[in-house]
Design a protein around this ligand. Sequence first.
Ligand code: ZN
Length: 198
Amino acid sequence: MIDQMFIEPRYSMHQKKGWIEVICGSMFSGKTEELIRRLNRAKIANQKVEIFKPAVDIRYDENNVVSHNENAVPSTPVANALTILLMVNDATVVGIDEAQFFDDELLYVCEKLAEKGIRVIVAGLDMDYLGKPFGSMPQLMAVAEYVSKVHAICMECGDLATHSFRKIDHDNLIMLGEKDTYEARCRFCFNKGMTEQK
Ligand code: ZN
């Protein structure tokens, strides 16, 4: 089954044992919504939740993880991955959004957090606008206990979308996602669009 809903492992079975979950996919695939869903459920389970995002992601709100459906959760923008280790305090669940924009230390940071007994939930783009693996995401997917790939809908053909197609040509990787710049596409329609742009 595709995109099966993630069910949390029982905390009691993982006492003092942390783990890493990765939520990945293209733009408009609902990654942040899924991150927020899991964090809200952790809160209901009386877990202490902290959320971090790279300071580069200032699309809508300085202090909130904001998804495209405006379901906001308070979060802390940090300048680099190592800062997360200094700021976790007594959190038992740590959410990290827009993980692809963090530096290479994010892998080390997530593994350290898990070693400390923390449940780490990382959301990010698995591919950039060229269809290449993005930042630390492939490494995180390799070491994570759980990986969920969520899918958007291809705006060309209506199939499941895995790629983020950039409609205008621009060489800046960190051009933040606006609906008029990017669209979700399946592999076929992504490749077709890339060929047309050449
Ligand atoms: Zn398509």
